[in-house]
Design a protein around this ligand. Structure first.
Ligand code: MN
Length: 386
């Protein structure tokens, strides 16, 4: 068998930037749909693709999963280090060739469809709110397609320190066709139309372009990216598979190609310069980021308050009575805070509280905040009357 591929990506008719990225060639095929404010989505999807491009074709599921984990870490760390990239993430749907098919790695709501003998089915589960509701039988696919929260994804790369990708093998047969796509295709073009276009013609690049055109005709509301694979009958194994020298010769390209083309050094691009409104996909990322900010502000406020309180407390003194009933000078306020005494004993006077005249008892009872000198003066002035 032999694999031929085509790929196409378009910003769509509504969005200002294309935050999708793809990889095609050299035995690695992937679509990543980035999300986050400003240009962060572009960065996330590109970082993910760059990691996939490093993968050698003879990959097993352990190696593939660890590559996904590394990409996740890299995106997550970047988003923590650079506030303009905070909360960014991406979907990742990748196919890596094996001896008799492909290995799939999948996170998010980009999709893989397999077309075989005129029928088409989705190989990946959507990690989305509506996808989960459909799997639980609480929503029909038709209801999901128009659901207001259909773009909320429940799993993404880079939004958390760990990620759990779906990893599974698919064996392929000559005549099979595959498409990896972002939701800009699946959300805009009915599945029967995708199936029809996927089965029409022989050139994967033309098929990819026709699919993108269909998404634009369907409204083009999102970035749309497709990678199309056509499996042909041929001698030997897959291009990039673990075959003999013959396999190497059928390989179309030795190196995977990154797309979309126009995007150059977006990894270095600093976000936030433009006036573009932030796009955060769904409440999952937004709420997590919101909680983080609220948490940090609270911690800061508590620190400042505690620091101020401690500072103030260190400057004041008060007069009170010891457990034994003696008048004494204390450092700090006459209070407890979360069970901690805020005061410490400085000096015990020579006279019991009980023997004081009432007006002096009243002065002790007010625990008035005083300076050390004032307090010492008062305590020392209380002497047993002859
Ligand atoms: Mn999208």
């Amino acid at each position: 068998m032999r694999l031929r591929h085509g790929a196409a990506s378009h910003v769509g008719l509504v969005r200002q930037q294309n935050e999708d990225s793809f990889v095609a060639g050299g035995g690695v095929f992937a679509v990543c749909d980035g999300m986050g404010g400003a240009r962060a989505g572009e960065v996330a999807s590109e970082v993910a693709c760059r990691f996939l491009m490093e993968i050698v074709p003879e990959v097993d599921s352990v190696r593939l999963e660890s590559t996904v984990a590394q990409a996740n870490q890299a995106i997550f760390l970047k988003s923590v280090e650079d506030s303009s990239l905070a909360g960014m993430g991406t979907t990742l749907t990748a196919l890596v060739t094996t001896e008799d098919g492909v290995l799939v790695a999948h996170v998010g709501d980009s999709r893989v469809y397999l077309w075989r003998e005129g029928g088409m089915r989705q190989l990946t589960d959507d990690h989305s709110l509506v996808g989960e509701l459909v799997r639980r039988g609480q929503l029909t696919p038709a209801q999901a397609a128009v659901h207001p929260h259909r773009s909320v994804i429940t799993r993404a790369l880079g939004t958390d320190g760990v990620v759990k990708p779906d990893i599974f093998p698919i064996s392929l047969e000559p005549g099979d066709r595959l498409v990896i796509c972002s939701d800009g295709l699946s959300g805009m073009v009915p599945e029967q139309d995708i199936a029809r276009l996927l089965g029409t013609g022989e050139d994967p690049q033309s098929i990819a372009q026709r699919l993108v055109e269909a998404a634009l005709e369907g409204g083009g509301e999102d970035n749309v990216t497709v990678v199309v694979l056509v499996v042909d009958e041929d001698e030997g194994g897959f291009p990039g598979g673990t075959g003999d020298a013959k396999d190497q010769t059928v390989r179309e390209e030795d190196n995977p190609v990154f797309g979309p083309e126009r995007r150059q050094a977006s990894i270095e691009a600093k976000a936030g310069a433009g006036g573009r409104l932030e796009r955060v996909r769904g409440w999952v990322g937004r709420r997590r980021r919101g909680l983080l900010v609220v948490g940090m502000v609270l911690v800061l406020v508590v620190f400042i308050a505690l620091g101020g309180l401690a500072l103030f407390n260190s400057t004041v003194y008060h007069v009170g009575t010891t457990e034994e009933g003696a008048v004494a000078l204390y450092h700090g306020m006459p209070n407890t805070f979360l069970g901690w005494r805020m005061y410490s004993l400085v000096e015990v006077g020579s006279i019991p509280y009980a023997s004081l005249e009432q007006h002096l008892k009243d002065r002790v009872d007010t625990h008035e905040l005083v300076s050390k000198e004032e307090g010492q003066q008062f305590v020392r002035s209380l002497v047993v009357q002859p």
